[in-house]
Design a protein around this ligand. Sequence first.
Ligand code: AMP
Length: 215
Amino acid sequence: MNLILLGPPGAGKGTQASRLMKERGLVQLSTGDMLRAAVAAGTPVGLQAKAVMEAGELVSDEIVSGLIGERLDELGPDTPVIFDGYPRTAAQAEALDALLAARGRTLDHVIELEVDEDALVERITGRFTCANCGEGYHDRFKLPKADGVCDVCGASNFKRRADDNEATVRQRMAEYRAKTAPIIPHYEGRGIVARVDGMASMDAVAAAIDAVLGA
Ligand code: AMP
């Protein structure tokens, strides 16, 4: 199975992708995570991407499609994949079609998480993660049970993304509206698009996605 999770920043794509990875063995391919790793490692791609990401703009189509192609080649042809945060432009959607076709893969589902942008700004600007295990937290909605200690692994250092501030979040949403939402019709003709209410509780969103994917 190959599926795309679509939705503006903070819609819950990463949360749902991690869950699907644990529960169904799908592999999450997040271009945002790959780019952050490249920035942290100071690779040539990271050096090119850093300022663009901090401005909330989009990294070039060639770079992200290149990263996805490399990751697909590392995985066996039968490994089921979730694309999280990719494709984000019409050119990327076309590149993905070619990358999949060349590897004998087909796209089974495109799931769009529908959300309210103002609520998202609050959701995103409050989020942080454990620097050790990656568990996600939120200033208002999910603080660690013991102050400053990760519920999962007990570590006491946390991190926030450099682009999770209001101005950058608004810019990332504008990019989504202008460049990413218009790619949905590309898939609609194939009858593989499903829409899920991303403002519902995490469990309700999970149930709605499971209903789309089937048993
Ligand atoms: P994300 O973690 O998906 O919110 O991505 C964080 C940032 O990485 C975005 O705001 C973009 O600057 C960059 N990025 C991630 N994925 C892509 C993509 N598919 N195309 C272009 N830029 C991307």
